[in-house]
Design a binder for this molecule. Sequence first.
Ligand SMILES: [Zn+2]
Length: 252
Amino acid sequence: MKKVMLFLGMTICTQAVSHAQGLGQAVADAIGSVTVTNEQVAQYSKQAVQQMDAKNPVAGPNDPYTQRLNNIIGPYRTIDNIPINYKVYAVKDVNAFATADGSVRVFKGLMDLMSDEEVLAVIGHEIGHVVNQDSRDAMKSALRRSAVRNALGSGSGAIGRLSRSQLGAVADGFLGAKFSREQESQADDYSYDFLKRNGKNVIALATSFEKLAKLSGGSQGGKVAELMSSHPDSKARSERIYERARRDGLAR
Ligand SMILES: [Zn+2]
């Protein structure tokens, strides 16, 4: 379980910060010069997810959580021409993420906290990051940092084959990535549009933020730290959703 925690919670955020602060200008320049193609991002995203799946307890096909997730997802297996594969991680943390290859991972803790409609809203948000290519860009920068740290980028200016531990570092870097406020708003809008288009409850997006915000203020703060740190301003964001819903006549 210790391994799992490495990916999640406060650990990952502080790691990401210390890496960033520890990098000198020369290293920062080197990171910028490493070439990472979209094809490499797709390939390494898939590998990183495979490794995370191996490290985390994945709920089996007959697990009630998997069955519930299947019900929630229903027909949404291909979204915006991206084939999505879904899995539940049987860990208590309140988290979910999506990677550039269309893998969506939802944690048990998040499913315990949220209603079916809210889980779908969170998934819509995460898929928004994929469609908007935020996930691809986050992976790209994680790969660049890894290449420089491991000196893989020197000389050839390219990324070579990654060892398991290097891939683990890339996955950590990806999961610790912070999206900008604009990226978050756009992912929110994506989820809102997705829910609206499919006749689902758009307000669930707002209430999912409210639940996260409430939880992060409570004793379980550390457990939602990762999701919250990449998703700040829950109150402002939920108000934005209510405002859109009012304009659309969808407020409940
Ligand atoms: Zn987000």
